[in-house]
Design a protein around this ligand. Structure first.
Ligand code: XMP
Length: 512
């Protein structure tokens, strides 16, 4: 894409953040592995290039190096941390391992008032995380900033359009970092602001129309943000050639099935098949306690139901999926090795290849917050756009132990109260997820004058950016008290509430 910024990933944990920051400047950005060839890179028509940081040290052997020709293209390059050191290395500078590791906040003094540091104070708080540093300037470069620990904390070669910063402008701990990135993009690389969700929608609709022509597309609609926005986008592009399938597996939140039908079938007049499959799922889950087994059973059953229903629609050529950019980067990263399976995720996208359908994935290049913005552009109801993520296996993984219709009913009732109260108190948008978990233990209580021996519910509320890490929310005691009172008084079979105060890691967001 013209006017794009290509980010070479050298394995930094912040590479995705760089991409987001660039997009926040309304400029399209894409992450590629560090070893992309110069020719492949040029095919992407970059207006600017950013080298990410990375965990490697240039003092070691077999470190990730990019194609040297990329540095000689004359396209503006910003190297961050390891990326800066690499630019130094390729231009006869010297990189050495310093005795003092510079980690955390540092005070940066700028030497130049233009370029990266235009319109900024000469003293900036920045965030550092490095051991190696540029100890000798490369030929033709000048140092543009220093810290107590390094006299070359930023450098440039204006003529060759090569820039480097030792600090991380992409993290929020560098308060003026975004301005540094903007200076690079707007002033140095002359990038234009043309990446808006409106333009993305327009482009996606015309691409989908061309690709689909007069054929049929199926899509599994879960009612969550991604599949909802996806369905509406496709509906706008191809109308009733889109066939959505919503599977009620009996593990949904209270009235969720009804709400989805009302929104999509009644309001948007979409081709929506509402499949009641509660009994099938519950039968298979009977007596199952192991969380992984539950996940697998639900995943497989979903595929079976989906395939049966898809067949009834007739010949279909395409399957639309709400795959997001982080999933794509994760599976393509040149540096990431195999990681441990913590949980087998089931989501509506995981359909079998043997269905031989061509995939349509309009969000492959988007982050979740961008999908939400598309939802806003498409005027989706607020309730859908801001809905908390809900796991594919649904309430089954929030009922610790075996799942039964009675236990689902208890959890649905408790969950409704949690969401109602969280919304009333203005915490819904501020939390990533808030929900109830039904525990497999009973506790003794007293109600009226009688002894009770009933279920315990755990409350969970977390903040998170992407679900990868999370913090428990310090909900006000009053609110916790209110939720607890309401659940115990209004939900039959519960006599005790506890609050989960663990973060991820080492816990996970869901209990199973
Ligand atoms: P954990 O529990 O792994 O969850 O910390 C991280 C995020 O993922 C959601 N989650 C799922 N989403 N299918 C999904 O689509 C799944 O199988 C699944 N399991 C967990 C979870 O709700 C949280 O937002």
């Amino acid at each position: 894409m013209e006017n794009s910024v290509i980010i070479l990933d050298f394995g930094s944990q912040y590479t995705q953040l760089i991409a987001r920051r660039v997009r926040e400047c309304n400029i399209y950005s894409e992450i590629v592995p560090y070893n992309i060839s110069c020719r492949e890179l040029l095919n992407k028509k970059p207006k600017a290039i950013i080298f990410s940081g990375g965990p490697s040290s240039l003092s070691k052997k077999n470190v990730p190096l990019c194609d040297k020709k990329i540095i000689q293209l004359g396209i503006p390059i910003l190297g961050i941390c390891y990326g800066m050191q690499l630019i130094a290395r390729f231009n006869q500078g010297k990189v050495s391992t310093s005795l003092i590791r510079e980690y955390g906040k540092a005070s940066l003094q700028t030497r130049k008032k233009d370029g990266l540091f235009a319109n900024l104070n000469s003293n900036l708080t920045v965030w550092m995380s490095h051991t190696d540093k540029v100890s000798k300037l490369p030929v033709g470069f000048e140092s543009t900033a220093f810290t107590q620990n390094s006299s070359i904390a930023a450098f440039r070669n204006k003529e060759k359009k090569l820039y480097g910063v030792q600090f991380h402008p992409e993290v929020v701990h560098t308060p003026k970092g975004k301005k540094v990135i903007q200076n690079f993009l707007y002033k140095i690389a002359d990038c234009k602001e043309n990446w808006t969700m409106k333009s993305v929608v327009k482009h996606s609709i015309s691409t989908i129309r061309k690709q689909v022509a007069n054929k049929k597309v199926i899509c599994a609609l879960s009612g969550g943000v991604d599949s909802s926005v996806l369905s509406i986008l496709l509906h706008k592009a191809i109308g009733r050639q889109l066939h959505c399938i919503f599977v009620n597996n009996g593990l949904l939140r209270k009235d969720e099935g009804k709400k989805v039908v009302k929104t999509f079938k009644t309001h948007y007049n979409m081709n929506l098949k509402y499949i009641r499959a509660e009994n099938r799922f519950l039968k298979r889950l009977k007596g199952i306690i192991d969380p992984e087994k539950k996940r697998k059973i639900i995943g497989h059953e979903f595929i079976r139901v989906f395939q049966e229903e898809a067949k009834k629609i007739g010949p279909v050529n395409f399957l639309a999926q709400g795959t997001l950019y982080p999933d794509v980067i994760e599976s393509h990263s040149a540096l990431s090795g195999p990681s441990a399976t913590i949980k087998s995720h089931h989501n509506v996208g995981g359909l079998p290849k043997k269905m031989k359908l061509t995939l349509i994935e309009p969000f492959r290049n988007l982050f979740k917050d961008e999908v939400r913005k598309i939802g806003v552009t498409l005027k989706l109801p607020q309730e859908i756009i801001w809905r908390h993520p809900f796991p594919g296996p649904g309430l089954a993984i929030r009922i610790v132990g075996s799942v039964s219709p009675e236990r689902i009913k208890i959890l649905q009732a408790a969950d409704t109260i949690v969401i109602e109260e969280i919304k009333k108190a203005g915490f819904y948008k501020k939390t990533w997820q808030a929900f109830a978990v039904l525990l497999p233990i009973k506790s003794v209580g007293v109600m009226g004058d009688a002894r009770t021996y009933e279920n315990v519910i755990a409350l969970r509320a977390v903040t998170s950016l992407d679900g990868m890490t999370a913090d428990w929310v310090k909900l006000p005691y009053d609110l916790l008290g209110k939720i607890s009172n309401r659940i115990i008084n209004q939900v039959n079979g519960v006599n005790r509430i506890v609050y989960d105060i663990s973060s991820k890691p080492p816990s996970t967001i869901e209990w199973e």
